[in-house]
Design a protein around this ligand. Structure first.
Ligand SMILES: [Zn+2]
Ligand SMILES: [Zn+2]
Length: 451
């Protein structure tokens, strides 16, 4: 039941991208061949790298073959219109004001207040339950108190743990990486992280773990390995920017409030096939259940807006740390994310097929990241442009934690170009690479084994 919000909750903690992978692009082969055809719509000559979707830049023919159906139904249309309006207002606000605005706008403060009210209810149940047990001793009141304590316990905030199924690096394992993270964090007035987890994802994120809210940075090698040194600094700048903004703390408070509300909904859910007494209870619960659902939807909506704003601000940190050019380059990589996913899947599949046939004994995982990076480098500009237009066509989605990538990119380009605050020379790059070697190999092996 909490699954849906756990996903939202994880996303609230500051991933880099949230757009669903577009089925339209799947790179199948790596040999580059040009395919020439006339546009069926306007007749202009189209030259396509055959690994990608054929489309027409003149009239947008086939620009988004996997385009979802436009929304139907009054509520859906309204939700889409609201999402677009909010998206446009937000973009205007973060564009006109180039400097870093205060951490929270009215929407963010409202979301926080609502979440704190939810946690306040839990605290009231806890205190009330204790008082009933202690002061009502000798009567029937402690029973009510115990029930109240039980409900409060089920509503309590939860704190994430360190991931157990992926490599986690500590400072001693990767001093160079931690020093880089420290330096980048220092430029934005925050501190580094306690642990770094390494995944195969085409993404990166920050979160906290444990009661003491220690910091965990997660680096997806799928993305990291395809970035230049400057773009990696921009990536880390974006992620650490979420700490500087207080987005992880905000996400923890709101995520836990959403979870509490979900539990309330569960506790107040109607009994199926009720007896007469249960039917009366169902009727009694109707009003509080509707109220909880209303608060849940409002909080979800407000927090999504606050999260999108946090993404724009984190992008400013990315540009400040790694330069505007590097931050824009990173956005371009995000635009063609689906191509990286397809490449990794193809690699993994080819390995499975090979294993089913004659085992070669060759280490298929070695060179995986280099092959991925080479593929990403070979993606033609026309495919980037197509993805930018797709992003524009998709527009502001109603449930995305991130603003559309093309707008994030355009916003960085309209502001004055920033130089890099942190740089990485070849020696530093080499040292970083050396200390990550073992983990890179381990994660590559996992990809190839389909783990
Ligand atoms: Zn982010
Ligand atoms: Zn055309």
């Amino acid at each position: 039941m909490t699954g849906e919000h756990e996903r939202t909750y994880a996303a609230h903690l500051g991933g880099l991208r949230s757009e669903p992978w577009d089925e339209g692009t799947s790179a199948v082969l790596d040999t580059v061949e040009q395919h020439v055809q006339a546009c069926p719509q306007c007749g202009v000559e189209i030259r396509t790298d055959h690994r990608f979707v054929a489309w027409c830049a003149a009239c947008d023919w086939n620009v988004n073959p996997g385009q979802p159906e436009p929304p139907t139904g009054r509520l859906e249309v309204l939700r889409h219109r609201l999402a677009r309006q909010h998206g446009e207002t937000l973009l205007a606000e973060v564009t006109t004001d180039g400097t870093l605005r205060p951490r929270r706008d009215a929407v963010g403060v409202l979301a926080l207040a609502l979440a704190l009210a939810v946690h306040g209810t839990t605290a009231a149940l806890l205190v009330g339950g204790l008082l009933l047990v202690v002061l009502g001793w000798g009567s029937a009141l402690p029973l009510l108190g115990a029930l109240s304590l039980l409900v409060a316990w089920s509503l309590r905030p939860r704190f994430a743990r360190l991931p157990e199924d992926e490599p986690v690096l500590r400072r001693a394992d990767a001093p160079e990486l931690f020093a880089l993270v420290d330096e980048i964090a220092g430029t934005m007035g925050t501190t580094g992280v306690h642990a770094v987890s390494i995944t195969a994802e085409y993404n990166a994120s920050v979160s906290t773990y444990g009661l003491r809210r220690r910091r965990l940075l997660s680096i997806g090698l799928g993305l990291w390995e395809t970035l230049t040194a400057e773009q990696r600094i921009a990536l880390l700048g974006h992620e650490l920017g979420h700490y500087a903004n207080g987005d992880t703390r905000h996400g923890l408070i709101i995520g836990n409030a959403l979870r509490s509300l979900d539990t309330w909904r569960y506790l107040l859910s109607p009994v199926e096939h009720p007896t007469l007494v249960e039917a009366a209870l169902n009727a009694l619960y109707l009003l509080p259940r509707s109220a909880v659902t209303g608060v849940l939807m409002t909080l979800d909506h407000l927090s999504l807006r606050a999260t999108q704003r946090g993404e724009y601000l984190a992008d400013t940190f990315a540009a400040r740390c790694g330069s505007t050019e590097a931050a824009v380059g990173m956005m371009d990589r995000l635009l063609v994310a689906d191509s990286a996913a397809a490449t990794l899947l193809r690699e993994s599949n080819s390995r499975q097929t090979r294993r089913a046939g004659a085992p070669t004994g060759s280490e298929a995982w070695s060179g995986l990241w280099e092959r991925l990076a080479a593929h990403m480098d070979s993606i033609p500009e026309s495919e980037h442009e197509r993805q930018r237009r797709c992003s524009a066509l998709r527009g502001h989605s109603v449930d995305s934690t991130h603003p559309p990538t093309h707008l994030r990119r355009a916003r960085l380009l309209t502001a004055a170009a920033l130089p890099a605050a942190v740089t990485m020379d070849t020696a530093r790059s080499t040292a970083l690479r050396a200390e990550l070697k073992e983990t890179r190999d381990e994660v590559a092996r996992r990809v190839m084994d389909g783990r």
